[in-house]
Design a protein around this ligand. Structure first.
Ligand code: FE
Length: 218
């Protein structure tokens, strides 16, 4: 089976928000689809180990902010690569509390607020079906596609993502990967080699220094 075929499936980029023990929790996903149009229902897929999944199971509510091409990469990496168990991801990012649920509003296209109507067990992941109660068009920003995230922002998929492909990022060029957010610096695609970057160079996704990068291929 050629697993890279999965890369041909199109997705958007979303920040999911919920509440847990009076804490705002959230994460980034690419797996959100509209299932029905009358009494609209959407489906999202979340890893079972994901703290946000635990929160949604308890609260039975979630928000989905549609990430736009203007959303800052730092916001995506903060919501995508850290756990709400350890940090407050909503701190320093514009958000509102709507229907008791946190909703990221900064630079997004639109958002939806949903009540959970069903959860389908898919071994490593859960498919959560949510009835949409509230929607708002926040800006006219173009929604970000997963392809844009990979090709323009050069983001990668964390291991818990349903679309993660083992080794898909590896080719034969020298590459260095950020151990914090997963960002890959590929010498073959850059004008300057990683080793020649200035000492104060920072990861464009999460902002850490060169010392947090490891060589992943030669
Ligand atoms: Fe990083």
């Amino acid at each position: 089976m050629d697993n890279t075929v999965f890369r041909d499936i199109s997705y958007g980029m979303y920040i999911i928000g919920s509440r847990f023990d009076n804490k705002n929790v959230g994460c980034v996903i690419n797996t959100l689809v509209q299932i029905t149009s009358e009494n609209p229902i959407i489906a999202i897929s979340l890893n079972k180990d994901n703290y946000t999944n635990e929160a949604i199971r308890k609260t039975k509510k979630f928000s989905a902010s549609i990430i736009s091409e203007k959303t800052k990469p730092k916001v995506i990496s903060k919501f995508g690569y850290y756990t709400s168990k350890e940090i407050d991801k909503f701190k320093d990012t514009n958000y509102e509390i709507i229907d008791n649920i946190p909703v990221v509003t900064e630079d997004i296209s639109s958002y939806l607020i949903c009540d959970v109507v069903d959860i389908i067990d898919c071994k490593t992941h859960d498919i959560i079906l949510g009835r949409v109660n509230i929607t708002k068009k926040q800006t006219n920003n173009v929604p970000m596609t997963y392809k844009f995230y990979h090709e323009v922002i050069k983001g990668t998929s964390p291991k818990k993502a349903p679309t993660y492909i083992e080794g898909a990022e590896d080719k034969n060029a020298v590459k260095h990967q950020c151990t914090i957010c997963g960002y890959i610096y590929d010498d073959a695609k850059e004008k300057i080699r990683f080793d020649d970057l200035a000492d104060d160079w920072k990861c464009p996704l999460c902002g850490v220094g060169k010392d947090k990068f490891i060589k992943i291929s030669e």
